[in-house]
Design a binder for this molecule. Sequence first.
Ligand SMILES: Cc1cc2nc3c(=O)[nH]c(=O)nc-3n(C[C@H](O)[C@H](O)[C@H](O)COP(=O)(O)O)c2cc1C
Length: 308
Amino acid sequence: MSNLSVNFCGVHFNNPFILPSGIITEVKDHVRAIEAGFGGVTLKSLTYERREGNPLPRMWKFDCGMINSVGLRNAGIEKGSEEIAVFLKEHSGKKVPILVSLFATKVKEFLYLVEKIVPLNPSLIELNLSCPNVEDEFGKSLGMEKGASGEIMSEVKKISGKIPVIAKLSPNVANIADIAKTCEANGADGIAAINTLGPGMVIDIVKRKPILGAKKGGMSGPAVLPVAVRCVYEIYDAVKIPILGMGGVMKVEDIIQLIMAGATLIGVGTATYYKGMKVIEELKSALLKYMEGNKVKDLKELVGVAHN
Ligand SMILES: Cc1cc2nc3c(=O)[nH]c(=O)nc-3n(C[C@H](O)[C@H](O)[C@H](O)COP(=O)(O)O)c2cc1C
């Protein structure tokens, strides 16, 4: 019998499918992903201040993917950490690890967020070093540069205790492997990749102007899969820590590509907008069928095999 369970950074997941950050906005609504059968759930990135997000519309489907510019709409750390405390208390018995995602633009801010979150004891902390939708306001995102990523990671690791910390990286950089390597050297327990690709733009040809309120946005869904596969492949070559791979997964073949490139866990985000949360049960059955058909007992046997 094939086995879908996975160990990632010392945390046990019943299956490799993780809801990526931001796919659901409200903390309490993430229960939908737990009930749908995800192996793990990442909460929407939390920032120091409350953020209203970018002007509407914030999301748009194009032919082979989605473009969004949500702009990190969230309640901010004070209210957000209270909501997370309630959520973790309610759902920690369900054996579905919960990842808390944090975003900041300054090292000091990141440390404040981590200090507030550590006592709540989430399964993992994900540092979003890669949001493309807030650049205009703050200048270049911190994680676009390896020095800053390394400094954040090393400072965060001093206060994160036993909770594993992973770095979520952007594909919109010259050398993602280099940034991953720097994060690893500064104590990261794992890498998540990729955040959205871009920025891109879609123009409404009737109104003769960009569709998104913020004009530009990050791309997700099928269009970005080959970039995600390439990024995971390059990161796997550069580091020894495990990788949570995501970007464009719709079907079992996409999952296998990411695993063969080097991913241990798989994020499935935009596919839930196309197919609903039931996509997770479909992917689990398809993955089991693939494993049984190919005599794979444990997913470990496939991780990184494209490098051989
Ligand atoms: C509407 C939307 C909001 C997102 N918000 C966040 C966020 O707050 N933090 C983050 O790290 N990634 C965010 N992402 C990126 C996803 O977590 C994921 O990296 C990306 O969508 C690629 O996976 P997918 O193609 O399976 O959706 C967001 C993506 C979408 C579509």
